[in-house]
Design a protein around this ligand. Structure first.
Ligand code: F6R
Length: 614
């Protein structure tokens, strides 16, 4: 996604905007730009570059522009190629209006055509530029700027958050939000604007989350807020403390490695927090105990890694709490028929709490009268504000684009929740809940000790060897299948090695044709003895065709270990927690393969951390 950062205040804006952009670069890094109003003549002055914020910073060596009203942008391209022309800010014809934008204007094509017919000249391929020209035209036909903004938002379709600076308004920034995040931090004679409040963490904790479908005129010590009809709204500031240190990497080479290594603590924190809040958990979910007792169906929705966590958790809820679960891929489910059942809830699973596909799926479910709950890592996120209840996972800020510790925290929270629901339904007793908590803590220990055990071998021998392959296949069965999908996603996104994933028994129905020495096959074991034996047969099918096998196995699984060309062996855990115990090792191995290939691990090409467009 893109990030928008702005400043209006007593100080020059550039240093804040550039630091904010650096903090939010996880949202996009195709290109970056900065614009401000010239302190004397209020001209819009700007600079843009391809690539990340570090490239933009080099521009200031030649052109050290700055001003008291400034804004910046990092782009994750949607409309138009990655180029300086398509970088933000974008402008109207006279460069009196300058805009930075996150989101998509769905009707930009027809707007562009009519504006071009009216004589507007476009410089870029972006949908964003359409907003600037449309606003230019509306400012000539409306009596005042507020009416022009109402006219503008009435013409724009899609989801967007943007900031505008204008030469005729030298003390004010206009911000507009519909379905994309935007927040404002209030300081002492200064206002901070950003897509994510992380941009101004440490500068102020007084936050206004711009309401959906609203716009505001921001001056250094005032905010005028309106809804899309132009009716004045009262801004409601909240105090939100966000942890922030400037040395977030803490000596690790990459955020991803740091986040992989934090997972034992993350699981412990999540267990401890859930244990401490046991009696408030239904209230947080917006439910009462009776509703939990009667629960018959849970819909889990998410995207990417969060969807994989949901698929793993399906086994928890169905096995432990005996509740039927549907897992929806957020981007698909809202276009499918939905069959409402009584006594059902839906849980949206998301690290960021901002993913547009998941947000839209939750909105769709809410419209179907389903009780929606968010399970997120960012408690101040849109998903929390829009759902009937919310639970947090306690992973702490996750910066690397590839999600690691959030996955571990999601799986932990959902395992705990399945037991809590089972307890309410009278399927288990209090002691079993305590046992489950201890099982999670054991899995956390194993997650870390397994990494320690194999770290040296991975770095010195295994990662350099496996980094040579151009493709890999991932196999699992039962609960290890969604985990294999997560492993497959992790390797492809950070190493750019092509990967595919199948339930192991499906191999013989087609993919077996691909098996040769050139494609290592990752196989993830399972502790159920019957399914394990079937998995061994699938591994034998691979070896019989001279396939190369990398097995993630449990102690005592002699047949699988002996078949494997490379075997990682970890201690046994509760069978449902096998994936969690293997998580660190799987991620560490993939991380080091990508590192050997010298990939930009924390920011893989073409990706972004928070995907606020559908
Ligand atoms: C992969 C990854 C993505 C996210 C997905 C959903 O490593 O990070 O697949 O899991 O974009 O993001 P959230 O969890 O923020 O909704």
């Amino acid at each position: 996604m893109c990030s928008v950062v702005g400043y209006v205040g007593k100080n020059l804006s550039r240093s804040f905007v550039m630091e904010g952009l650096t903090r939010l670069e996880y949202r996009g890094y195709d290109s970056a730009g900065f614009a401000c109003l010239h302190p004397q003549d209020h001209r819009v002055i700007y600079t843009k570059s391809q690539g990340g914020v570090s490239n933009l910073l080099k521009n200031f060596e030649k052109s050290p522009i700055d001003g008291f009203l400034g804004m910046g942008h990092t782009r994750w391209s949607t409309h138009g190629v990655i180029s300086t022309e398509n970088a933000h800010p974008q402008f109207d014809c006279k460069k009196m209006i300058s805009i930075v934008h996150n989101g998509i204007i769905e009707n930009h094509h027809e707007l562009r055509l009519s504006l071009m017919q009216a004589g507007h000249i476009f410089q870029s391929q972006t949908d964003t530029e359409t907003i600037a020209h449309l606003f230019e035209s509306l400012l000539t036909t409306h009596k005042n700027i507020k009416d022009a903004v109402v006219g503008l938002v009435n013409r724009l379709e899609g989801a967007y958050a943007f900031a505008i600076l204008m030469t005729p308004y030298p003390d004010m920034m206009l911000v507009v939000r519909k379905r994309s995040p935007l927040c404002i931090g209030s300081g002492d004679d200064e206002m901070f604007i950003a897509s994510d409040m992380l941009a101004f963490a440490g500068k102020t904790n007084k936050m206004l989350f711009l309401p959906d479908e609203s716009f505001a005129f921001i001056r250094k010590n005032s905010i005028e807020l309106f809804d899309f009809k132009g009716t004045a709204l009262q801004p409601h500031f909240q105090i939100v403390d966000i942890p922030w240190t400037s040395d977030m990497k803490q000596g690790y080479e990459h955020f991803m490695l740091k986040e992989i290594c934090e997972q034992k603590r993350v699981i412990q924190d999540t267990v401890n927090k859930y244990r401490a809040q046991e009696h408030e958990v239904y209230q947080k979910m917006g439910l009462v105990a009776q509703q939990v007792k009667e629960l018959q169906r849970i819909t889990l929705v998410g995207c990417g890694t969060s969807w994989h966590a949901a698929r793993v958790a399906q086994f928890f809820f169905e096995t432990i709490a005996r509740v039927r679960v549907d897992v929806g891929l957020a981007s698909e489910m809202r276009y499918l028929p939905f069959f409402l059942e009584k006594n059902s809830i839906a849980i949206g699973i998301s690290q960021s709490g901002e993913t547009a596909d998941t947000l839209e799926a939750l909105r769709f479910l809410r419209e179907q009268s389903v009780h929606t709950i968010a399970l997120v890592n960012v408690p101040s996120s849109t998903m929390v504000r829009e759902t009937r209840g919310a639970l947090s996972v306690y992973a702490g800020p996750e910066v690397a684009v590839a999600s690691t510790k959030a996955f571990a925290a999601q799986v932990t929270a959902l395992y705990w929740l399945a037991h809590k629901i089972a307890l309410e339904k009278g399927l288990i007793n209090e002691r079993a809940l305590k046992t489950a908590e201890n099982e999670l803590l054991v899995a956390a220990e194993i997650l870390e000790s397994a990494m320690d055990q194999y770290k040296r071998e991975i770095v010195q021998k295994l990662a350099p060897y496996y980094a040579q392959f151009k493709q890999a296949l991932f196999l699992g069965r039962h609960i290890s299948y969604p985990f294999a999908q997560e492993a497959s996603l992790k390797l492809k996104e950070i190493s750019y090695i092509f990967t595919d994933c199948y339930p192991a028994a499906e191999l013989k129905h087609g993919p077996l044709a691909l098996v040769d020495k050139e494609m290592p096959i990752f196989i993830f074991s399972i502790l159920d003895p019957v399914i394990y034996q079937k998995l061994v047969s699938n591994a034998q099918e691979v070896k019989a065709r001279s396939g190369h096998l990398i097995a993630f196995a449990f102690e005592g699984q002699k047949e699988l270990i002996e078949l494997a060309d490379t075997a990682f062996v970890i201690p046994r855990v509760n069978p449902l927690l096998g994936p969690l115990a293997m998580t660190g090792l799987m991620q560490l191995f993939n991380y080091h393969i990508a590192r050997v290939l010298n990939r930009p691990i924390d920011k893989p090409r073409n990706l972004a951390k928070s995907l606020t467009v559908e």
